[in-house]
Design a protein around this ligand. Structure first.
Ligand code: NDP
Length: 445
């Protein structure tokens, strides 16, 4: 790491003690900026780097709610409004017991550059709570969402900050939060949240977008080597929104996804995942991956080890941060994996990324590969603003075009800064320069 960025990184560590995921995300971006600053030293002036690593605003609040037995619980809510140079803060809400300030901050930081890559005029933010929706009734989830939104509503708005879903937050939760926002504001501001239901301002393709986008990104990377996904065995982790639609798009493009997982284990289905069954269990019944094995002859459930032990040609990590470490990366490489496209945010540890890059395989980092979700959220905002609704084919064509542009921006930036084929450098450099140029234009704010 160059001296000038190293100093900024040290400050981040000193100022944000214990926030290890945030340190990791900042390190990854700053580490890429050496060649950018060497070529354009003005990016290190005016404390631009120091400003970009400091959130514009951080909100932390109490979320009290009552369970079905009448017991009161207190969770913690977060919203990090990280950077509004390019537009209103935009980024999902995560409900998971592991959520803390450092995790939300890393996600918000990543979101700045991801959103810049989409070229849609959206700033970076993220939020969530340490609430665990697993095993909670609909009524409990509703009461939690209403309490969470009662505070969050003071800070968001269609031109201010536009949250969406993430882990633990899907259509049901967005619905309860939108209902509460509308009640509090006495205003039907459809553009205040994305990931809405189709009957009340949602966009076709938003549900599919992140998973589809990660597979489209893999396909674009393969095309640079004259290859395609046709016939390739795909290893997928996660069993939620991103994983399900990554499997769907991979199947549409002729690949054979054979795994998925959740926190209870992973499933291997050598015949190829039965997507309808997986959707029924995960989306309709809110069940566990073990339920799939009971209904699918030939599929097996593995509760120890890691899904990355399964050999395949392509890996799509679609669960959570740091789910794929250096050992797992080496196992994947030994198993013949030649492409990794990150559906999740920061799923590969720095050691894993290093192993992939050393091996010279195609590695698409999350901030580029999973940008299809937020890109389609911005398309949802566009439709809300125009009081219009596009059909599936129109929305999907726009997503496909945006993913291709993101891919090409990464390739161009990697070439410009002397590391052709390095998508990590390409994504960070292209995202950073777009935000930095606008921050400079806006003065010291
Ligand atoms: P979901 O809640 O729909 O699904 C998450 C899946 O990952 C579940 O199967 C969950 O299993 C599993 N998982 C979560 N945490 C862990 C863990 N610690 N160990 C093992 N498995 C785990 O979330 P999404 O699919 O929406 O999100 C997945 C990833 O994609 C996240 O990193 C998210 O930030 C990222 N992402 C999502 C976008 C979106 O549009 N939804 C956009 C861009 C990125 P279990 O149910 O057992 O917890």
């Amino acid at each position: 790491m160059q001296d000038v960025v190293e100093k900024v990184y040290e400050q981040v560590v000193a100022r944000n003690r214990g926030e290890v995921e945030f340190h990791q995300a900042v390190h990854e971006v700053l580490d890429s900026l050496g060649p950018v600053i060497a070529k354009h030293p003005h990016y290190a002036e005016g404390a631009l780097l120091e400003r970009i690593v400091e959130p514009e605003r951080q909100i932390m609040f109490r979320v009290p709610w009552v369970d079905d037995a009448g017991q009161v619980h207190v969770n913690r809510g977060f919203r990090i409004e990280f950077n509004s140079a390019l537009g209103p803060y935009k980024g999902g809400l995560r409900f998971h017991p592991s959520v803390n300030a450092g995790i939300i901050k890393f996600l918000g930081f990543e979101q700045i550059f991801k959103n810049a890559l989409t070229a849609q005029g959206i700033g970076g933010g993220k939020g969530g709570s340490d609430f665990d929706p697993h095993g909670r009734s609909d009524a409990e989830v509703m009461r939690f969402c209403q309490s969470f939104m009662t505070e969050l509503s003071r800070h968001i708005g269609p031109s201010t900050d536009v949250p969406a879903g993430d882990i633990g937050v899907g259509g049901r939760e967005i619905g309860y939060m939108f209902g509460q926002y509308k009640r509090l504001r006495n205003s039907y501001d459809a553009g205040v949240l994305t990931g809405k239901g189709l009957a009340w301002g949602g966009s076709l393709v938003r549900t599919e977008a992140t998973g589809y986008g990660a597979v489209l990104f893999a396909q674009s990377m393969l095309a640079t080597r004259g290859e395609s996904l046709e016939g390739k065995k795909v290893i997928v982790s996660g069993g939620g929104n991103v994983a399900i639609y990554a499997i769907e798009k991979a199947q549409q493009l002729g690949a054979i996804p054979i795994t998925f997982s959740d926190s209870s284990g992973y499933v291997v289905d050598e015949a190829g995942v039965d997507l309808e069954l997986l959707k029924q269990i995960k989306e309709v019944e809110r069940g566990r991956v073990a339920d799939y094995v009971e209904r699918r002859p030939g599929a097996r459930l593995v509760t120890g080890g890691s899904v990355w032990d399964v050999p395949g040609d392509v890996a799509l990590p679609c669960a959570t941060q740091n789910e794929l470490d250096g050992d797992a990366a080496n196992t994947l490489l030994r198993g013949g994996c030649g492409v990794v496209s990150e559906g999740a945010n920061m799923p590969s540890t720095p050691e894993a990324v290093e192993a992939f890059q050393k091996a010279g395989i195609l590695f698409g980092p999350g901030k580029a590969a999973n940008a299809g979700g937020v890109a389609t959220s911005a398309l949802e905002m566009e439709q809300n603003a125009g009081r219009t609704r596009w059909d599936f084919a129109t929305a999907e064509a726009k997503l496909t075009g945006i993913m291709a542009d993101i891919h090409d921006s990464c390739v161009a930036a990697a070439e410009e800064y002397g590391r052709p084929g390095d998508y990590v450098l390409g994504a960070n450099a292209a995202g950073f320069t777009r935000v930095a140029d606008v921050m400079i234009a806006h003065g010291i704010v």
